[in-house]
Design a protein around this ligand. Sequence first.
Ligand code: AMP
Length: 381
Amino acid sequence: MSDAPILPGATLGVLGSGQLGRMFALAGRRLGYRVHVFSPDSDSPTGQVADREVVASYDDLHAIRAFARSVDVITFEFENVPAATAEAAAELVPVRPSGAALHVAQQRAREKGYLADHGFPVTPFARFESVDGLERALAAIGTPAILKTASFGYDGKGQVRVDSPEQAREAWLAMARPEAILERFIRFERELSVVAARGVGGWVVTYGAIENTHENHILDTSVLPSAVSPGVEQQAIEIARGIMEAMDVVGVLCVEFFQAPGGELLINELAPRPHNSGHLTIDASMTSQFEQQVRAICGLPPGSTDLLRPAAMANLLGDLWSGGEPDWPAALLLPGVHLHLYGKALPRPGRKMGHLTALASTPGDALALAVKARAALTLSG
Ligand code: AMP
């Protein structure tokens, strides 16, 4: 397949139809592309803003081929698309990132093994799928540790902290999924992420290190720039760049790190797509992570990743709706606050419904403003 640029006016296809696809579609449409989304559900967050929403299962290879014939390039917003689906599409149209990159990032054990084999620093872990294997993992890693299912985990799903070998055994049995990893519990100083984009022909751009906090294993806030030293930030950026090149990713990839107390960086996980921690680039950077995704997969030049103003993002989970509809005007009243809602009808607890981005003169002020804006949503309720 040719590497000729795919120019505005062409049609972009996205597999997966959540908020990441929605923000990708908005960026694509702004650049004059048409966007088709392949979605397991109708009226999805992406479908609402796309030119066309094809509703079918990822296993329906007939539907995937028909979808691939209707677009000029395919990307993902959801990395758990089956390998056979990516392969069927790739016979007809460029798929970026490739199914091979997706395959690595689809499964924790495979991802961590790949990174370790390629010399990237990962959280110490052991993979197992039997009682004996668990005992060996416990001997190697110790407790406290985090037990994680090997596949299909995100936002803390399929992971549990274990403080003793007995707890680990019970938790593993309760998981009912034999293949798992035991990961050393890291008493990290901070969590960081680096979002990078790589285009056709190999250009790579990265944003600065973003500082993240999690609540119940779900991202809560992100701040850019982070408080990390310039040397550690540069290391994180070089690691992200190295992974992009090793995996030959064309598209956007996010690397999540723990910074250990000594300053050492350990990779927690990868996402071969735009990432929740990069949402603040929409309002705060010269070019958003979603526009970079469009540019990368279309064979266009990269956009500048310069930061316009210090920024913070606060996620809006379904829990905020427990007392009724949040008070949107109360947050929008605050200068420097932007509201992003994803068009989801049902505000289930823990479900990502939207986010707020706040811009200010310092990262600390931006974070305080984002948190204040979020609190204002429910003050009257
Ligand atoms: P994950 O789904 O693996 O990205 O984990 C979500 C969050 O859980 C991380 O961002 C951390 O806050 C926490 N977490 C996961 N693994 C570990 C670990 N090995 N040590 C300490 N905290 C962890």
